[in-house]
Design a protein around this ligand. Structure first.
Ligand SMILES: C[S@@+](CC[C@H](N)C(=O)[O-])C[C@H]1O[C@@H](n2cnc3c(N)ncnc32)[C@H](O)[C@@H]1O
Length: 208
């Protein structure tokens, strides 16, 4: 067995060499501090990739904590499982292969921390599917919410990013509704939002 630090180093090198998008180094300290603060017991992660953020989450799980993580890509899924095994976390992490937007409805929950890091245009749809499975006070973290600076401000959005930018705006509009969430957006990396759910139901429409 390897130490978690050794596995994380190996994963970062693999990610750079194979162009796998994982949490940016600038975001890691914030991410780890937040997880350490919440010490979650039941975590849902969307977008495992090779299991890098999954192991960061695992490092700060609360007592008897468990992670369910979903990845669409088969090869990445298998790599994540191997590294999770090497780090000694097989019993505390379940890796599911498939489309998270479809799989979420089959999950039991309840979850006290969710990390959204899969398809950016699906965040709101996934949030709506996850809400009934959240504990009141659960934290929902979402990466890349400022998406290259195209979500907030006046920067002109290239045509190919218009849908994604629009959907991320709708996601932020939802989590910034104070009757339902307390949200902070951290600008590090590509923007990370942290939303504490107050226990109301979202009624915003998605556009597909
Ligand atoms: C940014 S990467 C995740 C990085 C990872 N969270 C980390 O920081 O180590 C996004 C991942 O989401 C996966 N993905 C894309 N669409 C998905 C879907 N519909 N369901 C599950 N995973 C999906 C991609 O294959 C990719 O590996």
């Amino acid at each position: 067995m390897a130490t978690i630090k050794e596995v994380l180093n190996e994963q970062r090198i693999y990610a750079v060499m194979n162009k796998v998008p994982i949490l940016r180094e600038a975001e890691v300290p914030l991410f780890e501090d937040l997880i350490a603060m919440y010490q979650p017991r039941q975590v849902l992660e969307v977008g495992t990739a090779i299991g890098y953020s999954t192991l960061l989450l695992a490092r700060h799980l609360g007592p008897e904590g468990h992670i369910t993580t979903i990845e669409l890509d088969e090869t990445r899924c298998e790599l994540a499982k191997q590294w999770i095994d090497q780090a000694g976390f097989t019993n505390r992490i379940q890796v599911l292969q498939g489309d998270a937007t479809e799989l979420i409805s089959s999950l039991k929950g309840p979850f006290d921390l969710v990390f959204l890091d899969g398809p950016k245009g699906q965040y709101l749809k996934q949030l709506q599917a996850i809400l009934p499975k959240l504990t009141v006070g659960a934290a929902v973290l979402a990466d890349n919410v400022l998406f290259r600076g195209y979500v907030r401000g006046d920067k002109e959005v290239p045509h190919r990013f218009r849908t994604i930018a629009k959907r991320l705006r709708m996601y932020l509009e939802t989590v910034e509704d104070k009757s339902q969430f307390n949200t902070t957006i951290y600008p590090m990396g590509d923007g990370m939002s942290v939303s504490i759910w107050k226990g109301q139901t979202v009624s915003h429409e998605t556009d597909d």
